[in-house]
Design a binder for this molecule. Structure first.
Ligand code: KMH
Ligand code: ZN
Length: 277
């Protein structure tokens, strides 16, 4: 049974990602200090969860386990946010390294439900890897967020739950990542189709649209009672030619859009109940 009010909206911030180079976007939070400051600003603006990709000293994506642990610890100490580590990493990360992300003991981990063309690259998620990561999340008591880039991946959630049962915590939270070149488009009809295919076990879902699909997906998700993911992992402009300067601007915009739909940002404590933490 939902313990949170339908008038609330869970806002997840994905502040960094693995695709944008610091040199191209100096305002991208890539150091631990920048990440923690960003997390605090986004929490103050209304975010309840943070989806984390980390960078090395040269600002390149890394899955270094010590850094991941330090990051989880710093975010826990300095914010109340639910900390979700990306197990997607970058398109170049080996599958074995991605499994080891759970060693850093996050609250939550992303779990992508299938392989997707990702621009000119391939975001590889073979079925045996998906199953291994899922079982590891159950064993380590980490709540997965199922990342769904296309309709086949929505169907794969049925298959996974039928085979391995419910996630740790007993709740099932999905996130539609739309508008990736190679995945489903970031449009209202695609979101309607995807939500209609979710298994009955799903207790909550959010959506994000990459690039110019960010606003259509946000507005469609709000109108359907969904939750929101925003952040510089997904979009780098507020409007054509207007760069995002701080991730908190994207959270503030989501809060404003939610207010039009008479929905208020969910505090992290309620997000924990929603996700089964
Ligand atoms: N960086 C993308 C290849 C996730 O975080 O789990 C994968 C991604 C999904 O961002
Ligand atoms: Zn990610």
């Amino acid at each position: 049974m939902p313990t949170t009010s339908p008038s609330q909206v869970l806002i997840t911030v994905a502040p960094t990602g693995a695709e944008t180079a610091k040199a191209d976007c100096p305002q991208l939070p890539t150091t631990l200090e920048e990440l923690v400051r960003t997390a605090q600003e986004c929490e103050a603006a209304g975010a309840a969860m943070i989806h984390v990709h980390i960078r090395d000293d040269e600002h390149r994506p890394t899955l270094d386990r010590t850094r991941l642990r330090d990051t989880v610890q710093a975010l826990h100490e300095q914010t109340d946010l639910v900390v979700q580590l990306s197990t997607g990493g970058s398109v170049h990360d080996p599958l074995e390294e991605r499994l080891k992300v759970l060693d850093a003991q996050p609250d939550s981990c992303s779990l992508t439900m299938g392989t997707t063309n990702f621009g000119d690259d391939v975001f590889s998620n073979p079925w045996p890897f998906v199953c291994e990561l899922y079982q590891l999340s159950q064993e380590r008591e980490v709540v997965p967020e199922f990342e769904l880039f296309d309709l086949g991946q929505v169907h794969a959630v049925h298959r996974l739950l039928d085979t391995y049962g419910l996630p740790y915590g007993g709740r099932v939270h999905c996130d539609f990542v739309m508008g990736v070149p190679g995945g489903m488009p970031g449009t209202a009809p695609a979101l309607v189709a995807a939500v209609g295919m979710l298994p009955a076990e799903v207790t909550s879902w959010s959506a994000t649209g990459i690039g110019r699909s960010t606003l259509p997906v946000m507005l469609a998700a709000l109108s359907m009672g969904g939750h929101l993911r925003v952040g510089m992992e997904d979009v780098l402009t507020l409007a054509r030619g207007v760069p995002v300067e701080r991730n908190a601007q994207l959270v503030e915009r989501a809060v404003a859009a939610a207010a039009v739909a008479q929905r208020t940002p969910m505090p992290a404590s309620d997000a924990r109940a929603l996700l089964g933490l």
